[in-house]
Design a protein around this ligand. Structure first.
Ligand code: FES
Length: 102
């Protein structure tokens, strides 16, 4: 799935880009990093420790921790709760070389 869904009465914030694993994707003011990733069809954000199975946005409300990503070299954070900011550099952990964790 790509693109955006417009909600009734929704106002769009300022558009900018963030960088995810070296790829520039669009984001808007007020949008979470998780929502920007989902809109860009980036679903696998990390893998499980033992089986290497992909994980991504699940609850979307900060409860499951399946959406951990590294943003601006800070320790892993929940993408669903973190507002996107212009120039953010996001690293997913869906590959072992990116520090895959469960
Ligand atoms: S999707 Fe569950 S904590 Fe982010």
């Amino acid at each position: 799935m790509t693109g955006e869904t417009e909600l009734p009465g929704e106002t769009k914030g300022r558009a900018f880009e963030i960088v995810v694993d070296g790829r520039r994707i669009p984001a808007t003011e007020g949008q979470s990093i998780g929502a920007a990733l989902l809109a860009a069809d980036i679903r696998a954000l990390r893998v499980t420790r033992f089986d290497g199975r992909p994980r991504g946005l699940f609850c979307g409300i900060g409860m499951c921790f399946d959406c951990l990503v590294i943003v601006n070299d800070r320790p892993p954070q929940r993408a669903c709760l973190l507002p996107a900011s212009p120039g953010d550099v996001v690293t997913t952990a869906d590959r072992p070389e990116n520090g895959a964790t469960s």
